[in-house]
Design a protein around this ligand. Structure first.
Ligand SMILES: Cc1ncc(COP(=O)(O)O)c(C=O)c1O
Length: 481
């Protein structure tokens, strides 16, 4: 158990240790028995049927849910587990938002204490805001020393685009196939993952191939880095011919929705070189993969070498462990360019005291509980176990990953790499029947994603791999794979 996370601004409040500050006595939020698959008497709220009916009636239909055919109702989280209304406990292999574990008691406590003092907009000086800016920027190479707070990854990427345009005077953006950068209009414009067809591509957006070394455009090349980067140069040349001015190149340091893609060595260095030579700035989207998930480094772009430094980095999801807090980190020069263009960046909730407290506590917990070390050890163990499974199951075409960010790609034939999309979908549903939550992604929906809370243990890996082994063996026996 790590040290309690007390802060200077914990002053003069009954902090709960006396019992005066308990969480609401509410059976719905009380810890529920974790019995694997039995019924629990702990939940007494609305039935799943009622909740679903209300949702169907009142929530916009495009709003997505896991397991659309039989959505789950989760009433409790704890560490790497999620518990439904019946008390079924699921091993969560995909929730990179609950970075340090669901409902971490230190975050609950720190936020509750802060809420006892102040929760409002962010127009005032506050220790949590300034301290978080200092601590976040201290995690980056020296040149990235300025921080803006937002509420979500989408907002961060939108602001990153604004910063880039203000700094370069450019309009055009280069993005990658398979990229996802958020749901707001500016981000959808640069997110081919969400386009129904290339007709959705706006004129100011240019798409280069995702640097996928397994099934990407240049995966068979002797030098995929060179070929993928050449595509960027060709795009820049083409833009120049059309008198278009580059603003930014944006990429996820490792694509997640795009299928857990790890760029080849040298890709970011060379790509950034071309973009800068053309007057653009380089944005690394770390919304999914930041905060130590890769284990060896705090940010995934750092895997590409200590000399690889983006001009703007966007972070989100894990930053508040489920609390909506996100940020853009950049150079002072870029921040000043925005100041010259529009001197008033104001974001009502971005950087509010409660959100900053959640994020500060996440940083403490990553350190105190040695979660990056765990990502290295447990991630390596998971990679080895998946590799062993690959030896026994031909349907596994590729296993790739870093730390607690792994992709297992299913194929019908290893030589043609024909995607085993339907087979992957069966696996995904069967895993749920085994009380294990995984997800599928990639352009062909055939990549099983592993990006769990960072407290995931080796025993958890064993449970996951055993279930996958059983399911694949069973499907092989039935002739389904
Ligand atoms: C890489 C990446 N960037 C940005 C976003 C958008 O973040 P949010 O949903 O917090 O707006 C996401 C969300 O999935 C993402 O995966």
């Amino acid at each position: 158990m790590s040290k309690p996370c007390r802060r200077a601004f914990d002053f003069a409040v009954d902090d709960g240790s006396s019992g005066k500050y308990p969480l609401p006595d509410d059976s719905r939020s009380g810890t529920m028995p974790m019995n694997g698959n039995g019924n629990s008497a702990g939940y007494s709220g609305m039935s799943k049927k009622e909740v679903l009916a209300l949702r169907l009636k009142c929530v916009g239909s495009p709003t997505s849910l896991y397991f659309k055919d039989d959505p789950m109702m989760i009433v409790q989280g704890e560490g790497q587990y999620l518990i439904d209304e019946k008390g079924n406990r699921y091993l969560d292999c995909i929730n990179n938002v609950a970075h340090v574990g669901h409902t971490h008691p230190e975050i609950t406590r720190a936020c509750a204490l802060q809420m006892n003092h102040l929760y409002t907009n962010s127009r005032y000086l506050h220790e949590a805001n300034s301290t978080l800016a200092e601590r976040i920027t201290s995690k980056f190479p020296k040149s990235l020393d300025v921080c803006f707070f937002t509420n979500s990854g989408s907002e961060s990427n939108d602001l990153a685009l604004t910063l880039a345009a203000a700094h370069t005077g450019g309009t055009d953006v280069i993005t990658q196939t398979g990229a996802y950068h958020g749901h707001v209009q500016s981000c959808m414009a640069i997110s081919p993952y969400k386009w129904r067809s290339v007709k959705d591509k706006p004129d100011h957006v240019h798409v280069v191939s995702s640097p996928d070394t397994y099934r990407g455009k240049y995966s068979d090349s002797d030098n995929p880095t060179e070929d993928y980067v050449k595509e960027i140069q060709d795009t820049i040349d083409d833009m120049k011919k059309k008198n278009k001015k580059l603003s930014a190149f944006i990429m996820e340091s490792m694509q997640s929705c795009g299928g857990q893609i790890i760029p080849p060595a040298g890709y970011m260095r060379d790509a950034f070189g071309k973009v800068r030579a053309a007057g653009g700035v380089c944005i690394a989207d770390e919304v999914q993969v930041g905060f130590g998930r890769v284990g060896t480094h705090f940010w995934a772009f750092q895997l590409q070498g200590s000399d690889v430094v983006p001009d703007i980095v966007t972070v989100g999801k894990p930053m508040g462990n489920g609390h909506p807090v996100a940020a853009v980190v950049t150079t002072r020069a870029i921040a000043e360019s925005l100041y010259k263009a529009t001197p008033r960046y104001f974001n009502t909730y971005g950087g509010n005291a409660v959100s900053c407290t959640a994020a500060l506590t996440v940083l403490d917990i990553i350190e105190n509980e040695k979660l990056m070390e765990n990502a290295i050890v447990t991630g390596k163990y998971a990679m080895e176990k998946f590799e062993q499974l690959k030896e026994n199951h031909a349907v596994i075409g590729d296993v790739r990953g870093k730390g607690m960010f792994i992709g297992v790609e299913f194929v019908r034939d290893r030589s043609t790499k024909e995607p085993a999309t339907e087979e992957a979908s069966i696996v995904y549903k069967r895993m749920k029947e085994r009380y294990i939550l995984v997800s599928l992604d990639g352009p062909d929906n055939n990549v099983m994603k592993f990006k769990p809370p960072m407290c995931f243990s080796m025993d958890n890996v064993d449970q996951l791999v055993q279930a996958l082994d059983d399911i694949l063996s069973e499907l092989a026996t039935l002739g389904l794979i």
